[in-house]
Design a protein around this ligand. Structure first.
Ligand code: 5CA
Length: 165
């Protein structure tokens, strides 16, 4: 059956779909009529809590200049000194241009996998408490559901704590 709230996948979303399929995951990317640009909008669009939305946040190692991806619960902000202590290098926020260069996707649709270059990846431990989390799929309207353990495996992510207490 055709869902009237779904649209055909754009090329960026198709790249994410291909990456999921290449990992053997039977997951369907959904491109929606409504915005999933922010964690709040995404949660509203799929009817989940904001904590179940995966923010794929790109940072830049201050010493190495290398990209670092932190998959963060939509309910959390990354405490940069805390993250840096676990990662082993001070981090700074990436510019929009750097994000596009290293991932191949524009901010608002950056997915957790399928990037043009592989990068060191970390995952917020708070995501593990949910049966399903939802991540961006290449565009500000595209999203997919995934079990957090599968996300950790396919993103080759090391679990860290991102928020201070
Ligand atoms: N599609 C949604 C839900 S999955 C999404 O992509 N959310 S996100 O949080 O992963 O992506 C937006 C993030 O991009 C913001 O939290 C912010 O950290 C970052 N961002 C937004 N604007 C800029 C900018 N101008 N330069 C660098 N980073 C930015």
């Amino acid at each position: 059956m055709t869902d009237p709230l779904l649209t055909p996948l754009s090329p960026a979303a198709q790249r994410v779909q291909a990456a999921l399929s290449a990992h053997g995951l039977d997951i369907q990317v959904r491109e929606l009529m409504v915005s999933t640009r922010t964690a709040q909008e995404a949660a509203q669009a799929v009817g989940c809590s904001v904590g179940q939305i995966v923010k794929s946040l790109v940072f830049r190692g201050q010493r190495s200049g290398q990209a670092v991806l932190i998959l963060t619960s939509g309910a959390n902000r990354v405490d940069l000194p805390l993250a840096a202590a676990q990662i082993g290098e001070p981090l700074e926020k990436a510019t929009a241009d750097f994000v596009r260069e290293v991932t191949g996707f524009a901010i608002g649709g950056v997915p957790p996998l399928g990037h043009v270059t592989p990068m060191a990846t970390y995952m917020d431990e708070d995501l593990l408490q949910y049966p399903t989390v939802w991540a961006a799929a290449g565009t500000p309207n595209a999203i997919f559901p995934i079990a957090p353990a599968d996300l950790q495996r396919v993103a080759q992510a090391q679990v860290i704590r991102v928020k201070g207490s």
